[in-house]
Design a protein around this ligand. Structure first.
Ligand code: MN
Ligand code: MN
Ligand code: MN
Length: 274
């Protein structure tokens, strides 16, 4: 069993890399990639925990990127991080912080004082993001719950919505490739794109040097999987598979429990020697 998409507490997952590995072993996963958002900080711990265990660890990451006006998630595998790779991680981190500061300022205009500091306090050792601002809004009595915080303030088009200046899709693909890795479009049906737009995305991605698409992701229906399998064949892309596991509470799918990859697909791991 293989799972090439999951998160640890180094991004927005609940488990430590060590706990994630224990879970993977219990689920009889033999090949695992940790794909935290814009960080590879969980890897030393993961590699250490996997020593002498019957499991293969694949270096991975999930970059947030910008393509046209859409935020597209890009998975990178099998790279050996070089200077440009670390630089990109650093840039993404800065973009995240700057966005949070702007959200804080925007909430200040709505009468929430020191929202950024308060959100950072709630985030603790985690990177600060919109869910933490939603908590602040609830704590300050500005909204009923987290969901309405997004509806009233933080969601797209609302007063405290701030787009993040992520790296472009093309540049992220190129950085992954130059580090010897392989780029894959994550959960292609989660962006709300029309089929025409999705195909346009795939073409641009291929032109940039991308080679794979996540045909199976946790939460996808069999029909959607079949459609993405066809797309992978039509565009001659390798197919990837992952649960996108975050925690037992918020995930669609337990670690390694996503659907099987359809047999007509060419797996991304075909030449990985696993
Ligand atoms: Mn996530
Ligand atoms: Mn994602
Ligand atoms: Mn993910």
């Amino acid at each position: 069993m293989i799972d090439l998409h999951c998160h640890s507490h180094y991004s927005d997952g609940a488990l430590s890399p060590k706990e994630l590995l224990q879970k993977a072993l219990a689920q009889q996963i033999t090949c695992l990639s940790l794909t935290d958002h814009d960080t590879i900080a969980g890897y030393p711990e993961l590699h250490e925990a996997a020593l002498n265990k019957p499991i293969r660890i694949i270096q991975g990451i999930e970059f947030s990127t910008l393509w046209k006006k859409y935020e597209i998630h890009l998975l990178g595998y099998q790279f050996v991080p070089n200077e440009a790779f670390y630089e990109l991680i650093e840039r993404q981190n800065t973009a995240r912080i700057e966005r949070a500061q702007k959200i804080g300022a925007a909430l200040g205009l709505s009468g929430v004082k020191e929202a950024y500091d308060k959100a950072c306090e709630i985030a603790g050792h985690k990177r600060v993001g919109r869910p933490h601002f939603a908590c602040v809004l609830v704590n300050e009595g500005k909204t009923r719950d987290m969901q309405s915080a997004f509806k009233q303030f933080l969601g797209r088009g609302k007063s405290a919505y701030v787009p993040t200046s992520w790296v472009s899709l093309e540049e992220a693909v190129s950085v992954i490739n130059q580090a010897g890795g392989q780029a894959v479009i994550a959960h292609p049906l989660k962006y709300g794109l029309t089929r025409t737009k999705l195909h346009e995305l795939i073409k641009d991605f291929k032109d940039a040097g991308g080679i794979g698409i996540e045909v199976v992701s946790g939460g996808m229906t069999l029909l959607q999987i079949r459609e993405m399998a066809l797309a992978s064949q039509r565009f001659n892309l390798r197919a990837s598979s992952g649960s996108d596991y975050h925690s037992d509470i918020v995930s669609y799918m337990n670690l390694g429990r996503q659907q099987q990859l359809p047999v007509q697909c060419t797996p991304i791991w075909q030449h990985w020697n696993i």
